[in-house]
Design a binder for this molecule. Structure first.
Ligand code: PRX
Length: 572
């Protein structure tokens, strides 16, 4: 197939010369841009907010624009410093200490950002939870991490099974007329009266900072722990890849419940001192173009599903908006089809820059850079200072154009430092000597461009969200009519993949459409809307190994009409 190459964009870029930089770059030099280089102690919240608020030239710059259907607000760096200090005081007064796990479970809104950074200022480890999570998903994450506190809203509180979580002793509730009782704190009232000065907890660069739960193909969601040192790479990649400068208005469309929404919805842009846009509410093409226009967004980071949805809304709509300040567009989370890249060129007159990374990597690893050619369909090249390779199952580096495991040389600055409470799982990522193995398969061409081929495991990426089949299967099995369940990702033109469940029913249940809908709702209510199967197919029996494991690859072969491959481990 012919590769389409798009020439570099015009402009003054932070990364002007990729080859030179890649040759000479040293991560230790990045540290010297921050004062903790001298003191040895750090707090990422200080570096994202206070450092700018203490700079007379920066303090009045807008740090955060927030709007939704009912609110329209803006906060300067100085405002952000005060509000995050207040949040830190509220938490400290309630007994939160360094190392405690504090979860944040609420829709986007300024308070989410105050609470998250406030908790970090206290030295706590924050655990962001996507607002769509239902009770089962919330419980398993709080239980595993032994969370001490949660910041949530009155509306979401009934999804937090407080009585089943013995470690959870403080609830910070965001809402009107919150009645304070043992363990319950009226967050907004306390926030308004709290002191706006706070003595930040200075920590070591290797101290825990954020815990993102994410899915694998087996077992429960796992807690990926990042430390304060993650900032080094978030900062540098925000400069080189997002190409952020201090006067940029940046919009990352991801929710902070996912890693993109924290690494680049919070830390990256503020570490660099840019202005962040947060838009609440649901997706609509009008709303999104309106947001780009309203805030004069100059750099925009989104995902292929969103671009495809905008694409299907038609090109005429775009002409109604003035998007002239927009100068740089990026994408992450799922394969970016060349077709979408071509659409971007046509309607925005800009290239869409694909980027690749994972919850576990903490920050960008592979990217397309504005000063470099793009090969449509490729995720780009390794970040300078990081070695990316394609390795075989023994850890041998493969020559160009050979497909294998997408791997990263161990020890990049923003690498996860633990899987919470699960050393064995953590070690399993590093079984090939010196390499982190991503679980993605890819090849690298002779120019160093990486081409994504697929997941090696059964992890599903639906609309850019990572869903583990095991968690969905476990929930399905709790349904009173379900005997066996197997879940796969089924290719979908808009969402990348949708979740499809194969279900065998317990005796006495009729395979009706009503039952399908009931099962779907059961998962939606028990786990999360995005984790509920869009398609359910009833089967008398599911393919299993002799040890009883559902063989998802056989389900996938059924679905796609492919050969089923080696069935020697299958029962009967
Ligand atoms: O399969 C890859 C896919 O998303 C996975 C990581 O998911 P998560 O930890 O939720 O992080 C998402 C965004 C940081 C990867 O293993 N993925 C990510 N970026 C791309 C991608 N697949 C194809 N192309 C990409 N650019």
């Amino acid at each position: 197939m012919k590769v389409q190459t798009l020439p570099p964009q015009n402009g003054n870029f932070n990364l002007a010369n990729y080859e030179e930089t890649a040759k000479n770059f040293n991560w230790a030099d990045v540290e010297k841009e921050f004062s903790w280089h001298q003191t040895g102690k750090v707090n990422i919240a200080y570096e994202t907010i206070d450092r700018h608020a203490e700079n007379p030239k920066k303090k009045d710059q807008i740090a955060l624009y927030y709007s939704d259907a009912n609110r329209d607000e803006q906060y300067t760096y100085e405002d952000m410093k005060k509000m995050t200090n207040k949040a830190a005081n509220v938490m400290k007064d309630a007994g939160i200490q360094k190392g405690d796990r504090v979860f944040i479970f609420m829709p986007r809104g300024p308070e989410l950002y105050f609470a998250l950074l406030g908790a970090v200022k206290v030295g706590a480890i924050v655990g962001p939870l996507f607002e769509a999570f239902m009770e089962g998903a919330v419980k398993s994450r709080l239980e595993d991490s032994e969370a001490k506190a949660i910041v949530t809203t009155s509306e979401l509180l009934d999804r937090v099974p407080v009585n089943e979580l013995p470690h959870l002793d403080t609830l910070f509730i965001v809402g009107d007329n919150v009645s304070e009782e043992e363990g319950k704190v009226d967050f907004l009232t306390r926030l308004s009266s709290a002191d706006e000065n706070f003595d930040i907890e200075w920590v070591d660069r290797e101290d825990g900072m954020i815990l993102h739960y994410t899915s694998g193909s087996t077992g429960k969601p796992k807690g990926v722990l990042h430390v304060h040192n993650v900032m080094i790479q978030q900062y540098q990649s925000a400069k080189w890849v997002l190409d952020l400068k201090e006067d940029d208005v940046f919009w990352c469309t991801a929710d902070p419940g996912w890693v993109t929404g924290t690494s680049y919805g919070i830390f990256g842009p503020w570490l660099v001192g840019a202005t962040n846009v947060v838009r609440g509410g649901r997706f609509s093409p009008q709303d999104w173009y309106g947001t780009l226009e309203k805030y004069k967004v100059s750099v925009w980071y989104s995902a292929p599903t969103a671009f495809r949805m905008l694409m299907s809304a038609g090109d005429e709509l775009i002409k109604e908006y003035d998007l002239s300040p927009l100068r740089h567009i990026l994408s992450v989370g799922e394969p970016l089809n060349p077709e979408v890249v071509r659409w971007g060129e046509k309607v925005f007159n800009l290239r869409i820059h694909d980027t690749w990374w994972m919850t576990e990597t903490g920050a960008l690893i592979v990217a397309n850079y504005p000063s470099e050619p793009i090969k449509a369909g490729s995720m780009g090249k390794a970040l300078p200072g990081i070695k990316v390779a394609i390795v075989d199952d023994q850890g041998n580096e493969l020559p160009p154009n050979r497909m294998g495991n997408l791997a990263i040389e161990k020890g990049w600055p923003s690498m996860m430092r633990a899987i919470w409470n699960n050393e064995e799982k953590y070690n399993s990522y590093f079984e090939l000597d010196g390499w982190y193995v991503s679980g993605d398969s890819a090849y690298m061409d002779e120019d160093g461009y990486v081409w994504f081929q697929g997941r090696i495991d059964d992890v599903i990426m639906t609309a850019g969200e990572r869903v583990g089949p095991f968690e969905v299967e476990s929930k399905l099995l709790e349904h009173p009519a379900v005997a066996e369940a197997g879940v796969i990702g089924k290719p979908d033109p808009v969402r990348g993949e949708i979740i499809k469940a194969f279900v065998a029913l317990l005796e006495g249940n009729e395979p009706t459409d009503d039952l399908k809908e009931d099962i779907r709702q059961f998962v939606k209510k028990g786990l999360a809307a995005h984790a509920a199967p869009r398609e359910i197919e009833f089967r008398d029996k599911l393919p299993k190994t002799r040890s009883g494991k559902i063989m998802r690859r056989v389900l996938k072969a059924w679905e796609l009409d492919l050969p089923t491959g080696d069935l020697s481990t299958m029962e009967d």
